[in-house]
Design a protein around this ligand. Structure first.
Ligand SMILES: NC(=O)C1=CN([C@@H]2O[C@H](COP(=O)(O)OP(=O)(O)OC[C@H]3O[C@@H](n4cnc5c(N)ncnc54)[C@H](O)[C@@H]3O)[C@@H](O)[C@H]2O)C=CC1
Ligand SMILES: O=C([O-])CC(=O)C(=O)O
Length: 328
């Protein structure tokens, strides 16, 4: 018997990430090739984006996706999030060349107060929320704080793009396939301060750290390359990452919903105090997923260099949170 459709809300649905995301959700790449979906699409109540959204929906129709059980256009989060099981919060302004993501906070932060409240009021109590809009960690924290009746662990921020970027850099450095790399971790904020950590990573059981054995490359090449990749894409494309961001969002939600078979992935999740991170901070951690739940990988040793990196990204996140506390 076929499965009951689930409701997937996507905000910013007429934007560039939306365009790279919706067709893959509707084709079953996110929740499985046997899982029908109803798309609840939100755009700003402005003629241009609403018209563009209609165009995207016409194209979705024209794909005749067997798993697309329904599709709605919305201009109000209170209707867009009604009974939703999954919410991908993409809609917000992207940065331009020369900006840091944190500079978007004053523009985008407000969006996540209203959307957090709407999720609180009308979404499924089990809704899985992924915040993509930047600065993603702090926006996810704002949404979580604005939704006090929902479990805090339902709110997550996207660090999967940093994780995937790090995997590709390590594959290139070691000459091994991306898929062979296990146990990579990315700690902290989706910003240049994130700490991509391959101390525990293995390829066919062998230590990636021992294979590379080059601390200067780690510090001076690998970390800056991963941390500043978003800016490098903007510089090259004139627009921020969209297809790779949509791909990371699919990876994040798929793994959360369907599990990782013991493998590690990175998610921005509210801390319970793990690794000395203050409770509720929306922090990138290595996690495993099973049965629709994620679990932070605990008990990893933290050396002096790693602690310095973790302290730096935490300080940035605490500063971002302090800057918006008065709005909540
Ligand atoms: N976490 C991550 O790894 C990444 C995050 N991003 C972020 O994702 C966000 C979206 O990027 P793009 O799709 O490239 O931008 P875009 O400008 O192409 O699309 C954004 C869309 O969101 C809509 N929007 C704005 N406010 C809204 C609201 N309150 N409700 C619903 N829709 C709203 C806009 O009308 C627009 O259609 C940006 O903040 C960007 O910085 C981008 C790449 C990676
Ligand atoms: O850098 C940006 O503004 C977009 C983004 O978050 C990324 O590509 O990682």
């Amino acid at each position: 018997m076929s499965k009951k459709p689930v409701r997937v809300a996507v905000t910013g649905a007429a934007g560039q990430i939306g365009y790279a995301l919706l067709f893959r959700i509707a084709s079953g790449e996110m929740l499985g090739k046997d899982q029908p979906v109803i798309l609840q699409l939100l755009e700003v109540p402005v003629e241009g984006p609403q018209k563009a959204l209609k165009g995207v929906m016409m194209e979705l129709d024209d794909c005749a996706f067997p798993l697309l059980a329904g599709m709605e256009a919305h201009s109000d989060p209170m209707t867009a999030f009604k009974d939703t099981d999954y919410a991908l919060l993409v809609g917000s302004m992207p940065r331009k060349a020369g900006m840091e993501r944190a500079e978007l906070l004053s523009i985008n932060g407000q969006i996540f107060i209203g959307q957090g409240k709407a999720l609180d009021a009308v979404a499924s109590r089990d809704v899985k929320v992924l915040v993509v809009g930047n600065p993603a960690n702090t926006n996810a924290w704002i949404a979580m704080k604005s939704a006090p009746s929902l479990p805090r662990e339902n709110f997550t921020a996207m660090l999967r793009l940093d994780h995937n970027r790090a995997l590709s850099q390590l594959a290139a450095k070691t000459g091994k396939p991306v898929a062979s790399i296990q146990k990579l971790a990315v700690w902290g904020n989706h910003s240049p301060t994130m700490y991509a950590d391959y101390r525990f990573a293995t390829i066919e059981g062998a230590s990636v750290k021992d294979m590379i054995n080059d601390h200067a490359w780690n510090k001076d090449v690998f970390l800056p390359t991963v941390g500043k990749r978003g800016a490098a894409i903007i510089e090259a494309r004139g627009l921020s990452s969209a297809a790779s961001a949509a791909n990371a969002a699919i990876d994040h939600m798929r793994d959360w919903a369907l599990g990782t078979n013991g493998g590690w992935v990175t998610m921005g999740v509210p801390s319970n105090g793990e690794y000395g991170i203050p409770k509720d901070t929306m922090f990138g951690y290595p996690v495993t997923c099973e049965g629709g739940k994620y679990k932070i990988v605990e008990g990893l040793p933290v050396d002096e260099f790693s602690q310095g990196c973790i302290d730096k990204t935490l300080a940035e996140l605490v500063g971002e949170q302090d800057g918006v506390k008065h709005l909540l």
